[in-house]
Design a binder for this molecule. Structure first.
Ligand code: NDP
Length: 333
């Protein structure tokens, strides 16, 4: 197997030299074990803060879609396509009965005419993040105003589209004019704001003079404080991610305004969540998202990098905003 080791502790932005590519021989399969070969790897923002908790020398973490190529386990027959939280490696030997986490690996349900890579995006972790996180925490109602940051990314495009399905007015924030135009023209967002070039507070006041009912926060930091200041009474905020600070040292974190009085006087509710909270309802989320994808109600988009050896580059590009929709890497063995 080829694998990427987390070789140097991240400081600031991850660098290609923080990773080391090595090759290892794999042993023969024992009873109950499965050998899989990666087809697609996921690069996700959580890798930056999560890896900071691991010692150097471990295999890089990450989800992958893989094909079973040898099996001594009836639940994982040869030829089946699976999801596995196996990390950045081309081949994996695992014994599903030893997994402590129910979604560490599973055989993918049929995606019909759609590619299996969707199991890393709309029909996988980001899809469930949008589905459960947005509907469960924001509890949107028809006619309400929904703001979403990181709007052109894997989770953001789905939150915005689910909000439209629920009859909401959707305002998306993204980092380029191209992304903003695409969100508006292709995905039907009502308003889009380029947070890099526009005055966020002013643009939001123009787009939603009535204020915001639901805010799905993918980025944290200054933009989030500016949006929260324009929430309506009884507004709900789902705190999904904080990518604006993932590369920063604590000492470099921006000073943001005190928000407590707004929470009191507007009676706001803010809740952070991790999608693993919904592990026991995982397939329910995938089924609902599949139905929406099949009926054309939810569109998906992937930014694909070719070649296992380009995983570090793909991660770095995604953290810099190089992706639209889900960032994935095709293993190309
Ligand atoms: P994306 O596909 O959205 O990719 C990351 C995007 O973040 C980039 O494309 C870039 O878009 C944007 N970005 C980068 N730096 C900044 C910055 N300083 N300020 C604002 N935006 C920035 O990733 P995901 O959809 O996979 O994840 C989105 C968020 O959701 C992340 O914070 C992630 O950690 C979180 N998440 C949380 C989960 C949970 O269980 N709570 C599960 C899954 C994801 P742009 O061009 O717009 O800047």
């Amino acid at each position: 197997t080829k694998k990427f080791i987390y070789a140097k502790a991240f400081q600031g932005e991850p660098k290609e030299t923080d990773f080391e590519l090595i090759e290892e021989e794999l042993p023969d399969l024992k009873d109950g074990e499965v050998l899989s070969e990666a087809l697609y790897h996921s690069v996700d923002p959580y890798m930056r803060p999560y890896m900071a908790r691991y010692p150097v020398g471990v295999t890089m973490i990450g989800g992958q879609i893989a094909k079973v190529i040898e099996s001594k386990n009836v639940a994982y027959p040869v030829g089946s396509t699976i999801f596995g939280q196996f990390g950045w490696q081309t081949h994996t030997i695992f014994n599903p009965s030893e997994h402590t986490d129910p979604i560490q690996s599973y055989v993918l349900p049929s995606f019909g005419k759609h590619p299996s890579s969707l199991g890393l995006g709309v029909l996988g972790m980001p899809g469930n993040t949008a589905y459960f996180g947005f509907l469960g925490i924001c509890q949107p109602k028809a006619g309400e105003v929904v703001a979403v940051t990181g709007a052109a990314g894997a989770v953001g495009i789905l939150v915005g589209q689910i909000a439209k399905l629920k009859g909401c007015k959707v305002i998306g924030f993204a980092g380029s004019d191209e992304k903003c135009a695409w969100l508006k023209n292709e995905l039907g967002f009502d308003h889009v704001i380029n947070y890099k070039t526009e005055n966020v507070s002013k643009a939001l006041r123009t787009a939603a003079p009535e204020g915001v009912d639901c805010y799905f926060d993918n980025v944290g930091g200054q933009i989030s404080s500016q949006i929260i200041q324009q929430m309506k009474d009884y507004g709900r905020i789902a705190v999904c991610g904080s990518i604006s600070s993932y590369n920063l040292d604590v000492k470099d974190m921006p000073q943001v305004p005190i928000l407590q009085p707004i929470f009191v006087f507007k009676q706001l509710k803010m809740e952070g969540f991790l999608v693993w909270r919904y592990a026991d309802r995982w397939m329910e989320g995938i089924k609902q998202m599949s139905q929406w994808v099949d009926s054309g109600k939810i569109k998906y988009h992937e930014t694909t990098t070719d070649g296992f050896e380009n995983l570090p580059k793909a991660l770095i590009d995604m953290l810099r905003g190089g992706n639209t929709g889900k960032a994935i890497v095709r293993s190309s063995l």
